[in-house]
Design a protein around this ligand. Structure first.
Ligand code: NAD
Ligand code: UD1
Length: 347
């Protein structure tokens, strides 16, 4: 069992991963400035896992803080911390490049200094050139359409160069497809600030009455029902993927790039219908124009994850939509916690 530093561990994917790590007997230290998350999450993680993670409030760009935190016997790091909204990154590129790149540079500099060379990094399927040939394998051409995407691309480059420079590094670059869902307990889940950009949180907010109807972004794509197809993956599957990644990192050296997806694509209309069937709630929708930049179809070739990590996704869209609704129903306005603890650099 190992002691894992989880940057961004109070966020959506981080919180579910911390529960899973604790459940597997690992010790967890969360470093998060709560710039896009709530302190309430920490109690919920402890409640579900029956074990408390250590929590350090602060910014991953704070070198002294990272140095002190790593000195607490850390064996490996999962680096989730970063900003993630595609549209916002177009409006505020410097804020994205600064946070998403400086955090990695400071973290890896201090890891190198401390001789801790095991890292799991949150990348994204957004690094694949769109439209990609499906299923999308890790060797597919890369190109990004937003500053957010380029921060992932650049982070992957930096980390790959680092692994070449010092062979004892063990680095996993995990490219997530579309993470959705929530812990089955309904105690932790996705809590987007403002109007959701992504499909599933929008559907659950319509279901709970916070939004009147869903706008389907185009139904004239070259797909069977005309709406875009994506590879939705349960956040619980992503969490178990990170535990597998940590186990791999503890035993191997070098750098590996791995897709985390299910290998199955679902259209927007299929998601609406599945939500209605599994939860017995009607989702009013209207057909709107296409969203600029949307690819008609994207789903993963997940075979490398099975070969390298021995991991495959277990859940389907009905599980994801049931758990997303359970979370939203139990927490209609999310965590509802003012960000009293935010540190100034969180902006
Ligand atoms: P999230 O915003 O819920 O979690 C990120 C956490 O990092 C937040 O708690 C935030 O407060 C924290 N944070 C940000 N910058 C920080 C800093 N400098 N110092 C300390 N804490 C900081 O996001 P998420 O959905 O859990 O995503 C986690 C990671 O996975 C991100 O890197 C994201 O880009 C990547 N990813 C997410 C998705 C997705 O759809 N959710 C898809 C692909 C990749
Ligand atoms: C988005 C991000 C992508 C990120 C991914 C991970 C954009 C342009 N891309 O992509 O970088 O890696 O999330 O989660 O933001 N839809 C509607 N109505 C809505 C919301 C969405 O019809 O109200 C449609 C979209 O047009 C798309 C599908 O639902 O066809 C899925 O959308 P979304 O959940 O935003 O995921 P991605 O498009 O894959």
């Amino acid at each position: 069992m190992a002691k894992i530093l989880v940057t961004g561990g109070a966020g959506f994917i981080g919180s579910h991963t911390c529960v899973e790590l604790l459940g597997h007997g690992h010790d967890v230290v969360i470093l998060d400035h709560l710039g896009n998350s709530s302190r309430v999450v920490l109690d919920r993680i402890s409640e579900i896992a029956g074990k408390k993670p250590d929590f350090v409030l602060g910014d991953v760009r704070d070198r002294d803080l990272v140095r002190d935190t790593l000195a607490a016997g850390i064996d490996a790091v999962i680096h989730f911390a970063g900003w993630k909204a595609v549209g916002e990154s177009v409006e505020q590129p410097l804020r994205y490049y600064t946070n998403n790149l400086d955090s990695t540079l400071v973290l890896c500099g201090e890891m190198e200094r401390a001789g801790i060379r095991r890292l799991v990094f949150s990348s994204s399927a957004t690094v694949y050139r769109s439209p990609a040939e499906v299923p999308v394998g890790e060797g597919a051409p890369l190109w990004c359409d937003s500053p957010y995407g380029w921060t992932k691309f650049m982070n992957e480059r930096i980390l790959s160069d680092l692994a070449v420079s010092e062979p004892s590094w063990s680095i996993l670059l995990l490219r997530y497809f579309n993470p959705v869902g929530a812990h089955p307990s309904g105690r932790i889940g996705e809590d987007p600030a403002g109007i959701p950009n992504n499909l599933v949180p929008y559907i659950t907010q319509v279901a709970v009455g916070r939004r009147e109807f869903l706008t389907v972004n185009g139904n004239d794509y070259p797909t069977p029902d005309g709406t875009c197809i994506r590879d939705y993956i349960h956040v619980q599957d992503l969490a178990s993927g990170h535990v597998a990644a940590i186990d791999y990192c503890l035993k191997h050296q070098g750098v590996e790039t791995v897709n985390l997806g299910t290998g199955t694509g679902s259209s927007v209309m299929e998601m609406i219908q599945a939500f209605e069937q599994v939860n017995g709630i009607r989702i009013p929708f209207r057909i709107g124009p296409r969203r600029p930049g949307d690819a008609p179809m994207s789903f993963a070739d997940p075979s490398r994850a099975a070969a390298v990590l021995g991991w495959r996704a277990r859940y389907g869209i009905r599980d994801m939509l049931r758990d997303a609704w359970h979370w939203q129903q139990a927490n209609p306005t999310g965590y509802q916690q003012p960000d009293i603890d935010r540190v100034p650099s969180a902006d």
